[in-house]
Structure formats: C-alpha cells, structure tokens
Design a protein around this ligand. Sequence first.
Ligand SMILES: Cc1cc2nc3c(=O)[nH]c(=O)nc-3n(C[C@H](O)[C@H](O)[C@H](O)COP(=O)(O)O)c2cc1C
Length: 387
Amino acid sequence: MTRTVNIDDLRRRARRRLPRVVFDFLDGGAEDEVTLRRNRQAYEDIRLTPRILKGGTVDLSIDLFGQKFASPFMIGPTGLNGIYWPKGDLHLAGAAEDAGIGFAVSTASNSSMEEIAQRSGGPLWFQLYPWGKEAFSRALIDRASEAGYSALIITVDSLVGGKRERDLRHGFAHEITMSAPIVLDGLMHPGWLKSVWLSNNRPRLQNLVAFLGERASDKELADFTRSQRNPHFSWEDVRRIRKQWNGPLLIKGIMCAEDALRARQEGADGVIVSNHGGRQLDGAPATIDVIGDIAGQLDKDAKILLDGGIRRGSDTVKALALGAHGVLLGRAPLYGLAAHGREGVAQALSILEDELRRTMIFVGCQSVRDLGAQHIAAMKTGVAGPG
Ligand SMILES: Cc1cc2nc3c(=O)[nH]c(=O)nc-3n(C[C@H](O)[C@H](O)[C@H](O)COP(=O)(O)O)c2cc1C
C-alpha cells in the first residue's frame, strides 16, 4: 500500500472503505459544486513570499477567548460522524485533545454532547442549529452550559438545506434508506458494514433523543430533524440566545462584512467565515476570497475564524495572513476518521501541523500570530486583499 503523506491520500483511502452513499455525503457539495471547487482553487490563486534565514523555530499556538490552543486548527462541527466509524465524535474529540486543539460538537452529533464532554478533556465548543421553536434551542443551550462547553456557535447558513444532488440521487437525507443498490454497495464494503451498520453502535442523532425519547427510531429522528428547519430564524433570535448564553458566542456562516458587523452589534464575540464547505449556496465565493474584506472592517477585539477547503498547512498560513485568527477543519479530519478511525484523525492533524510548521519557516515567520499581508506575494483578481 502506498504511504499516506497528505490529506488527499486519506481521502482516497476513505473512498475505498466507505460505501458510495456515505462517501458522497462526506465529500459532496451543493448543485454543480462550483463553490466546493472554488474553496480549493482560491488557495491555489494565492502566492506566498519566501523569506530566508530568519530562524527555524516557530510558535504555532493561539489564544481564543482565554483558552490556549497548540496550533491555529480546530476540528469544526460536522453531523453524523458515526456513519464513518463507530463513535466517530469521540475519536475526533480524543484526537483533538491529543493535538492540543479544540473540537466543535454539532447539534447532529452521533454521541450526545454530555458523553463527549465526559470523555474528553480538551476545549469543546457546541454548535447549535437553530432548528424548531425557541424551546428547542433553549434546551440544547442549557445542556451545553451544564456539560461545560466553553463557547457556543450558531450556524446561520442552513435555514434551508442545500441541494446536494449526490445525496438526492442516493435518497440520503440524515438517514440511509435501504435500496437494492445501497445494500449491494454495503456488501462490497464489508469492513464498514460490520463495524458501523451491523454493530450496536449504529449512528443515531443522540442530542435529539431527549426530545423524542430513547425508543425513537432512526426514521423518527431523521423526520424530526427535517421538520425542525426554521426559515424564520432572525437577528432577534440571535439577540435572545445572546442573553441566554453567558460564554463566548460565534456566528458561523458569515460571508460579507456587513453581516459580520451586524453579528458584532448583536453581541457575538466572533464570526466564522464559512460557506459550509460548499454544501449550501452554490455560487457563493470561497471563504478565502472574502476574509480580507471582513477582517479589514471588523474591530480588533472580534475573533475571526474561517473554514472551507483547508487541505494544506499553507492554506492556513494564507488564511491567517489575510486576517483569520484560526481555522476550522471540516472534511480533512473526517477523511482520516473514515480511513483509519482515531489514528486517521491524528494522522490528518499531524500532516497539517507539519505542513504549517514548514510553511512558517519558508515564509520566515516565527509566530502564527504575526502572519500578515507582508507574507502574501500575489493574488489573482477576485480575491479581496487585506483591508
Ligand atoms: C459531512 C459534513 C457535515 C457537516 N455538518 C455540519 C454541522 O452539523 N454543523 C455545521 O455547522 N456545519 C457542518 N458542516 C460544515 C463544516 O462545519 C464546515 O463549515 C465545512 O466542512 C468546511 O469545509 P471543508 O470541509 O472544506 O473543510 C458539515 C460539513 C461536512 C463536510
């Protein structure tokens, strides 16, 4: 077997181990996947300036809301992590803790937020999908606070679901509906079938079980999730949640300076510049295309994170040079999880950290906190520079 040297190698391994329906859920984007591709291409359109003989040691650590992270990565919130590997959320949390970075637990996690908090000693943030009526988010926020989550993320780019055509073709929507081709595909991936599908660890939306009761079926949980979309969620609701949650609050899914400024006005401590990894509005710009403008207009106390398309350590250098304080990883650790479980997540994190450290030395910068516009050599037009 060829050696794993980069994130794309883990992706290829994940593709071999997973049935197509599962791999496509992980890998795919909305509609024509233009934004999904742009998230990667935009990094290729940016050049870094090599600087020589500035020393070979670098400090990768950052501070977010008084918490120290060993590097500027965080594992971002993703739902259904248990469909790649049993207890996927716990492996992501464990590998993040070992790497000294944070993990954001999704509303749609397959281990309950309480279990993840009990089993992990690393920094944990909770990501809220503002589904349903007020009582739904109120209950989840109280639980996150009780379980010791240190920051709350509200994801605001999913008031309606993206049109993910790979999932539609497979008939996949928060649950796997068995059909002849899917059963056949499962049989051709026996490792996955045995460990995930035929085991006692079959993934359920554990945070939602409390709303429907332990005996709720997978279908009832999936139906509940679909029925809870709330297209009327508004800034007023953000204000209400701000009053309820005492810790740091971040709004995820911000793609322009005007919305970022409004988030600050409504009391958010930070924003996550995100297009949901190209899974929602197809045709949205890449996040790296808009980060410079957003960072240029926000006050210096605002924390700015970014995600979308991070597959190389050098992508992180570019994001930080253009104004982000840290980056969230979506698919990169999931490819690792799907390929080799916790070991694969650790591998993904270590690959990215190694690439980041090398790139920092190549650009002659001793601390990720000192990255700035001076490290960018050139950007193709269409990419807004640092403000
Ligand atoms: C399989 C998958 C599931 C996701 N689930 C969630 C989720 O539950 N909540 C959320 O806020 N974002 C979710 N996202 C979006 C990620 O948090 C993140 O914005 C995106 O994956 C970043 O892009 P990248 O995958 O290219 O790194 C999901 C993304 C993927 C790929």
